[in-house]
Design a binder for this molecule. Structure first.
Ligand SMILES: [Zn+2]
Length: 492
C-alpha cells in the first residue's frame, strides 16, 4: 500500500490547497504575533532596566544630597558653636576687664579690651574704654611714706578651745592669735574706712642692671581720693602640731573648684572644710569687694619649715625620721600610711592654688629663729633647710619676714658690711620685714626694700580697748572688734 501511495499521489484538490494556504497564513500570523510579543517584551525589559537605573540614580542622588545637607548642617552648627564660644570669651574678657577696673587697674582693663577683635567697631567697648580713661584720670597719688603693714597668725575658730587653760600655751594663744570673728570685723571695718590692700611688691619698682644686680625705686600707687593703701602678711601658716586641739584649722585644702579652703577637725573628730582661716576668708571678701584690693593684690604668707607648710608634714625629718621631736614622732605613729612624696606633691598643689589667687610666699626662717641673736653660721644652716625643703614647694621667694619681731639691725639702713644682710641678699632676698608696731616704717633703698609691721592680735586689741594707748585707731575702733570671749590678757 505504501508503494502505491508513493507512486500514485493524487493531485491536491482546490479545497485542500486553500486549507493549506490558510494554515500557512495562520502560521505566519502566529509567527508575527510571537515576534511582536517578543519585541514588546524586549522593549518592556529595556524600559524596566531604564526605570530601575533611574531609580537607583535618583536614590543615590537623594542620598548624596542628604549627606551633603547633613554635612552643611554640621558645618553651620560648628560655626554657631564657634561664634557662641567667641561671644562668651568676649563677654568673659569684658567682665574680667570690669573686675580689673574695680581693682584700679584701668591700664590693664583697657589693654584687655583693646586686645579683642574689632574692638574699635564695638560701641559698647569704645564707651567702656572711655569710662575707664575717665575713672583713671580721677585717681590721686598716695603718699608712699604712709603705707601701713598689718599681720595675723592662724585664726582661732573656737575660742573656748583656743583660750582654754591658765598655762603659758593658753597665754600665747590669747596674745598672738586673732579670732575668726575679729578678723572678719577688722576686714570689714578697714574696707569701710577706705583701706585698699596692696602687694608688698607694689611698693617698689624693680629693675635689673647689666651685672644682674637688682635696683629698687619707689613705685607710685594711684588710688581714688580718700583711699589708703595697706600691706598684709600672715605668719606661721604651718598648722604646727602645737596647734592641735586649739580650735584652729588643721590644714589648707582645695575645694571642688580648686580654690584654697580649710580643713577643720570638730570636737567629735569628724572633719569639715570651709573658710576657717585668713586665706579663704579674705579671698571670699575680696571676691565680693574687688575694690578692696589694688590690682587683685593679696597678702604675703611667711612660712617656717620645721613642721612642714600649710598643714602638710613636708619637712625632711618626716621622711628620714631622724631628730624627730616628740610631737612629730607621735604624729607619725598616728599616721602609719604617711607618704612623704605624696604629702609634698599635695602641699605644692595647694601652694600653687594660693599663688593663683594672688598671694605670695616668704621665708619666716626654717626654724622660727631669732635672726638678730643668731650667728651667721646658724642663719646659713637654717636658710639652707628653708631653700631645700620649703622653697621648691612654693616656687622660691625674694622676701624674708623675720620671726620673733627681730631684724638684722636697728632702724638705720642696712649697712654694706652687715654680714647677715650680705648673705641673705646673695641668697636672693630683697624684701625684709620686721615687727615694729609703728604706723609707718618703709625703707626703699637701691638694693633692698624693708618694712615694719603691726600685729593685729589679741594682745594689741585687748590693750587698745583696756590699755592706756590705742595703736589701731587709724584702722578701726578696737572696742567694736575685740571678741567678747576674751576675758583676760595674761602676760607670758
Ligand atoms: Zn612667727
Amino acid at each position: 500500500m505504501s508503494e502505491g501511495r508513493r507512486t500514485n499521489k493524487p493531485p491536491m484538490s482546490e479545497e485542500e490547497r486553500q486549507k493549506r494556504i490558510e494554515r500557512i497564513k495562520r502560521e505566519r500570523r502566529r509567527q508575527r504575533r510571537k515576534k511582536a510579543m517578543m519585541m514588546r517584551a524586549a522593549v518592556l525589559g529595556v524600559l524596566v532596566l531604564i526605570l530601575v537605573g533611574a531609580i537607583v540614580l535618583v536614590s543615590f542622588q537623594v542620598k548624596r544630597s542628604k549627606a551633603k545637607k547633613a554635612e552643611e548642617q554640621a558645618r553651620q552648627e560648628q560655626l554657631i558653636q564657634e561664634e557662641e564660644a567667641k561671644n562668651q570669651a568676649r563677654k568673659d574678657a569684658v567682665a574680667q576687664a570690669d573686675t580689673m577696673a574695680l581693682g584700679y587697674d584701668y591700664d590693664g582693663a583697657i589693654e584687655l579690651l583693646k586686645s579683642l577683635e574689632n574692638y574699635d567697631q564695638d560701641a559698647d567697648i569704645i564707651a567702656q574704654i572711655a569710662n575707664y580713661e575717665a575713672a583713671k584720670s580721677t585717681l590721686v597719688a598716695v603718699n608712699m611714706d604712709e603705707v601701713t603693714h598689718v599681720f595675723y597668725h592662724s585664726l582661732v575658730v573656737d575660742p573656748a578651745k583656743g583660750f582654754a587653760g591658765e598655762d603659758s600655751t593658753s597665754a600665747g594663744f590669747k596674745q598672738w592669735m586673732t579670732t575668726v570673728d575679729e578678723f572678719n570685723k577688722i576686714t570689714q571695718a578697714m574696707y569701710d574706712n577706705g583701706y585698699v590692700l596692696v602687694d608688698l611688691h607694689d611698693l617698689a619698682n624693680e629693675t635689673t642692671g647689666e651685672d644682674g644686680a637688682v635696683h629698687f625705686t619707689t613705685n607710685q600707687i594711684m588710688l581714688p581720693e580718700g583711699k589708703k593703701p595697706f600691706v598684709l602678711s600672715l605668719d606661721d601658716l604651718s598648722y604646727y602640731h602645737s596647734y592641735d586641739g586649739r580650735g584652729i584649722a588643721s590644714k589648707i585644702v582645695l575645694d571642688e573648684n580648686g580654690k584654697p579652703t580649710c580643713e577643720y577637725i570638730q570636737d567629735d573628730g569628724t572633719t569639715v572644710t570651709g573658710a576657717y582661716d585668713c586665706v579663704p576668708l579674705l579671698d571670699q571678701f575680696l571676691e565680693e569687694h574687688p575694690d578692696g584690693a589694688y590690682h587683685g593684690a593679696r597678702g604675703t604668707i611667711a612660712l617656717t619649715g620645721y613642721n612642714g607648710i600649710l598643714g602638710y608634714r613636708t619637712d625632711i625629718a618626716y621622711k628620714t625620721r631622724e631628730n624627730l621631736t616628740e610631737d612629730q614622732q607621735l604624729w607619725l605613729d598616728a599616721h602609719p600610711d604617711f607618704d612623704w612624696d605624696a604629702e609634698c606633691a599635695e602641699a605644692k598643689k595647694v601652694a600653687e592654688a594660693i599663688i593663683a589667687d594672688g598671694w605670695k610666699f616668704a621665708s619666716h626662717t626654717w626654724g622660727h629663729m631669732h635672726i638678730g641673736d643668731a650667728s651667721l653660721e646658724n642663719i646659713k644652716a637654717d636658710n639652707e633647710k628653708w631653700q631645700s625643703y620649703v622653697a621648691p614647694l612654693v616656687g622660691g621667694t625674694d622676701t624674708i619676714i623675720f620671726a620673733h619681731g627681730q631684724d638684722l639691725a636697728d632702724w638705720h639702713d642696712y649697712a654694706a658690711d652687715n654680714e647677715k644682710f650680705a648673705y641673705l641678699k646673695e641668697q636672693g632676698f630683697n624684701y625684709f620685714c620686721n615687727v615694729d608696731s609703728s604706723q609707718y616704717f618703709l625703707q626703699i633703698r637701691d638694693n633692698y626694700v624693708r618694712q615694719g609691721r603691726r600685729n593685729l592680735d589679741g594682745y594689741r586689741l585687748w590693750n587698745d580697748v583696756h590699755g592706756e594707748k590705742n595703736r589701731t585707731s587709724d584702722l578701726f575702733d578696737a572696742s567694736q572688734i575685740l571678741d567678747p570671749s576674751r576675758t583676760d590678757m595674761p602676760s607670758l
